[in-house]
Design a protein around this ligand. Structure first.
Ligand code: AMP
Length: 216
């Protein structure tokens, strides 16, 4: 099964994707996590990503698509994947469809997490992330361990992302409306789009996501 978790930055896509990995037994493909890992490695490619990410701007499609194509070829994604933060532009969606098509697959479900901007700002500014494994925390709702070590992978790499400030969130949200939302019009005719309320506890939202998947 190939599922896109869709919604504005800070809607909870990463949190839900990590929970779905176990239930669906398919991997999460998060281009944002992959770019942060590349950046942390200090590579030339990582430095290029950094220029865009730090400003809250989208990384150009050609760079994203190369990264994505390599990831989709890995054996763990042979039966499907949960796409989180990808695709983010219509050309990325078209490239995803083409790559899946080559494998005899298609996007089975696009789950849209709907969350108002004021709540997104509260979620994102309190967010902390492990740069090693992508595990997320929130200073109020799910605080990172006081030791500073990630409860998921043990690395001492839990930080506030440089793009998780209110100003950058507003920039990213504007980019979402301008460049990412048109993807829905691309998928709506195929009947795969399901919109769900992204406000509530993590568990409540997981139940809604699973409900939307069962309806497919
Ligand atoms: P995320 O972790 O998904 O919120 O992504 C963080 C940042 O990485 C974004 O604001 C973009 O700068 C970049 N990024 C991640 N995924 C993509 C993508 N599919 N297309 C373009 N830029 C991306």
């Amino acid at each position: 099964m190939d599922v896109i978790l869709f919604g504005p930055p800070g809607a909870g896509k990463g949190t839900q994707a990590k929970l779905l990995v176990e239930t669906l037994a398919i991997p999460q493909i998060s281009t944002g996590d992959m770019m942060r890992a590349e950046r942390a490695s200090g590579s030339a490619l990582g430095k290029k990503f950094d220029e865009y990410m730090n400003q809250g701007l989208l990384v150009p499609d050609d760079l994203v698509l190369e990264l994505f194509a390599q990831r989709l070829r890995r054996p763990d994604a042979a039966e499907g994947a949960i796409f989180d933060g990808f695709p983010r532009t219509v050309p990325q969606a078209e490239a995803l469809d083409a790559k899946l098509g080559e494998l005899g697959r298609r996007v089975d479900r696009v789950i849209v997490l709907e969350v108002p901007l004021d709540l997104i700002i509260e979620r994102v500014t309190g967010r902390r992330v492990c740069l090693s494994c992508g595990q997320t925390y929130h200073v109020r709702y799910s605080p990172p361990p006081p030791s500073g070590e990630c409860s998921s992978c043990g690395a001492n790499d839990v930080v506030q992302r440089a793009d998780d400030t209110e100003e950058k969130v507003r920039t990213r949200d504007a980019g979402y409306h301008r460049e990412t939302l048109p993807i829905l019009a691309h998928y709506e005719p195929t009947g795969v789009v399901a919109k769900i309320d992204g406000v509530g506890t993590i568990e409540e939202i997981t139940a809604r996501v699973l409900g939307a998947l069962q309806r497919s």
